[in-house]
Design a protein around this ligand. Structure first.
Ligand code: SF4
Length: 189
């Protein structure tokens, strides 16, 4: 059974960050978020908006486009707003979508979509059977399988555990070369 009682609400992007690197997540949670704002890239916002518009008009035969809102789950102690949601006109299931200014299907992208699926379902947007990952030059359909859901739950719990313990977790060193914090982080290590 999934039980989280005393930890604060985390954003889905926090969980995505944890999946990318637990230590990066720790920095963001325990050091002033504002002090790190400069690291967060604005680039990509325009790309996201363009892609969402394309998706809005692309699948109209099969799906209804639903404007997303901010959802909050008490059960998982997470909050977030996916980039878009589609509802299958005939079979009534939902698809959660995320746009990434990237060409690769990365672990954190796929698992984050499952985190969104859990969030939406806990808020009554159910069932979320599939996800759509919109990349720079292609789109990937992803099935929200039971094993993917379990993986998402694992990461949600693990991120909350770090918040509760306050202990600095190990870094995901293989992602250091992609990390905007590496200078800061490697100074501290
Ligand atoms: S530099 Fe590496 S270990 Fe440090 S936060 Fe970034 S990814 Fe994690």
């Amino acid at each position: 059974m999934f039980e989280l009682k005393t930890t604060p609400i985390l954003s889905v992007r926090d969980i995505e960050e944890y999946i990318f690197c637990p230590r990066l997540f720790y920095y963001r949670v325990f050091l002033s978020r504002e002090s790190f704002q400069k690291f967060w890239k604005e680039a990509g916002r325009k790309f996201e908006a363009e892609q969402i518009l394309i998706i809005k008009n692309k699948f109209t035969d099969e799906f209804t486009f639903i404007e997303p809102q901010v959802y909050e789950s008490r059960k998982y102690r997470i909050r977030g707003k996916p980039d878009f949601i589609l509802k299958h006109k005939k079979f009534k299931y939902y698809v959660v979508g995320d746009v990434k200014n990237s060409n690769r299907v990365k672990n954190e992208f796929v698992t984050t979509l499952a985190v969104y699926a859990l969030l939406l379902e806990d808020c009554g947007v159910t069932p979320v059977k599939r996800a759509l990952l919109v990349l720079q030059r292609r789109i990937e359909w992803i099935n929200i399988t039971d094993s993917l859901r379990e993986k998402a739950k694992y990461y949600i719990k693990a991120a909350h555990k770090v918040v509760k313990s306050g202990k600095i977790p190990k870094g995901n060193w293989k992602n250091c070369r992609l990390c905007d914090f590496r200078e800061y982080c490697h100074e501290k290590s």
